[in-house]
Ligand binder design. Structure first.
Ligand code: NOJ
Ligand code: CA
Length: 527
């Protein structure tokens, strides 16, 4: 696997909300370039940019109209190349968001494909063979095109599914994955990947990576086959480039050639038990039911997370990284469910587990979920996508435009957190994040690939302890107690000396018993 990933910490940027460099009310690429030193100073040495391509923005850019053109509202292709160069000058890497499963209904491919006369792009999307045919279990649209057929959707109505073929072909209009049309789609997506690799990007976050082949087997054998081909082409062309999948199934995705997969926030899964576990969103307000592991008064133990995460981690640790996120543009802000003390412990844990962590912009200062009407297909995701809060100037430093011109309003609260205020406070969340990430970068045993083993995890007990590293990196013990009561943790071996890092009150060590005060975290050296 690519070396740089071992020390990578990613920062996800929603481009429209990061920094507006030209006062039109919307964040842009030059704004991101201006803030690279801030991101690097935080301890994040890699970026994931949400889609920044030409789009009608019915799904915030996940409805791509032209894959090879930066959306005018974000700048130009040259601005993006300048961002790559500025990042590389700082030893940072940049991943673009690749949306291979669907395009916008306004993409030139789709317009051509929708024409009644047969043409070179007739098979680029999944069309049935009759105006009245259903999608064989997939959502479909009829009555919109002149072509005498309905077409299959991949997500919203504006996002027709590209044709990578079918695993099981049950209807006449379903093509196998090695049909000429399906192979042409694959070549077209590779052409886009190569275009941006040649422009200087370092790889891709891949949207709905598991969605390409329809009627696939339960283990996604056909989609895996398509990705093995595409990831092999990427590695042959750019050996240092990487791919991270939105898949949440590393036994499939990492074996398909992805370098990394995300553990996503799925209601009731291990990640949700760790930091979220809301009871859904009621009238735009996240309803935190206080059961997440990191909630101080929760009774949830770490096995809710480990039962889900550990088997996948263990089955794939030789193949790549299974990555943890603080949140993303689709989740509620982590601050909606955890208060600041709880989040410090959550960040310390997420950033010292294996895999490359992903920090969602603004989580480092505790940006809040906002109750807002939907914007660009965001629905209740909109409240997690508001402008970055830089300082106390107009629009919290995001933009010099009039407030009513902003892409989304900034947090109106008088105590809205900002980077500037937290930079001045050594005890701020921002400085805690910096300290944890500095520890991570300075400690080889905390690298993405350094070994991991559970030291202590008990049903009904709130503390969790884990070991990292080996002889080559040195060995560490990490331990967290998110609860309101002190906990004793029996250790298999004594720790060495004073803790290397702590949050909360200092732990006590007696022989092989570690006592973790309420709401505390500690890292020790092991022999
Ligand atoms: C997942 C993306 O993260 C989300 O924002 C988008 O709406 C869907 N895929 C569709 O592309
Ligand atoms: Ca702008």
């Amino acid at each position: 696997m690519t070396d740089w990933l071992n020390d990578a910490v990613f920062y996800e940027i929603y481009p429209q909300s990061f920094l507006d460099s030209n006062a039109d009310g919307i964040g842009d690429i030059p704004g991101i370039t201006q803030k690279l030193d801030y991101v690097k100073g935080l301890g994040c040495n890699a970026l994931w940019l949400n889609p920044c391509f030409d789009s009608p923005f019915k799904d915030a850019g996940y409805d791509v109209r032209d894959y090879k053109k930066v959306a005018a509202r974000y700048g130009t292709n040259d601005d993006l190349k300048a961002l790559f160069a500025a990042a590389h000058a700082r030893s940072m890497h940049v991943l673009l968001d690749l949306v291979p499963g669907h395009t916008s209904e306004e993409h030139a491919w789709f317009r051509e494909s929708a024409r009644p006369e047969k043409n070179a792009l007739s098979g680029r999307y999944i069309w049935t063979d009759s105006w009245i045919e259903n999608g064989d279990g997939m959502p479909f649209i009829g009555g919109e095109a002149e072509r005498c057929a309905t077409y299959v959707l991949n997500f919203f109505k504006c996002q027709p599914a590209l044709n990578y073929g079918y695993g099981e072909c049950r209807r006449r209009w379903q093509q196998p994955i090695d049909s000429p049309d399906a192979l042409a789609t694959r070549d077209a997506v590779w052409d886009i990947m190569r275009f941006w690799l040649d422009a200087g990007c370092d790889g891709f976050r891949v949207d709905m990576a598991d969605s390409l082949v329809k009627n696939d087997t339960p283990d996604k054998a056909y989609t895996v086959k398509v990705w093995r081909d595409l990831t092999a082409r990427l590695k042959a062309h750019s050996p240092e480039a990487v791919m991270v999948s939105e898949w949440n199934h590393p036994t499939q995705s990492l074996r398909a050639g992805f370098d990394m997969d995300f553990m996503l926030d799925w209601q009731g899964n291990g990640y949700s038990w760790l930091v979220r576990n809301y009871d859904g969103v009621t009238e735009g307000e996240p309803k935190n039911i206080g059961k997440a592991y990191f909630c101080k008064h929760s009774t949830t133990d770490i096995t809710k997370f480990l039962d889900d995460w550990l088997p996948s981690y263990e089955a794939t640790r030789a193949d790549g990284l299974y990555c943890l996120i603080t949140g993303n543009h689709d989740t509620l802000r982590i601050s909606a469910g955890l208060d600041e003390a709880e989040r410090r412990l959550a960040f310390a844990t997420l950033f010292t587990l294996p895999g490359a962590p992903f920090l969602y912009y603004g989580d480092e200062i505790g940006m809040r979920y906002q109750k807002l009407p939907t914007k660009e297909g965001g629905y209740n995701r909109t409240g997690s996508r508001t402008p970055m809060q830089w300082d106390a100037t107009a629009n919290l430093g995001f933009s010099a435009a009039a407030a009513e011109k902003l892409y989304l309003p900034v947090d109106p609260a008088p105590d809205a957190p900002t980077v500037a205020a937290q930079e001045r406070d050594p005890r701020s969340l921002l400085n805690t994040v910096r300290a944890i990430l500095a520890l991570r970068h300075g400690t080889p045993a905390l690298g993405a690939r350094a070994p991991f083993a559970v030291e202590y995890a008990q049903k009904g007990r709130r503390a969790f302890a884990w070991r990292r590293g080996d002889e080559a990196t040195g060995r560490l013990l990490c331990a967290v107690n998110p609860g309101a009561e002190a906990c004793d943790v029996p250790l298999s071996a004594a720790v060495q000396g004073a803790p290397l890092f702590t949050l909360g009150d200092a732990p006590a060590v007696r022989g092989t018993t570690l006592t973790l005060p309420a709401q505390s975290f500690a890292v020790f050296a092991l022999a």
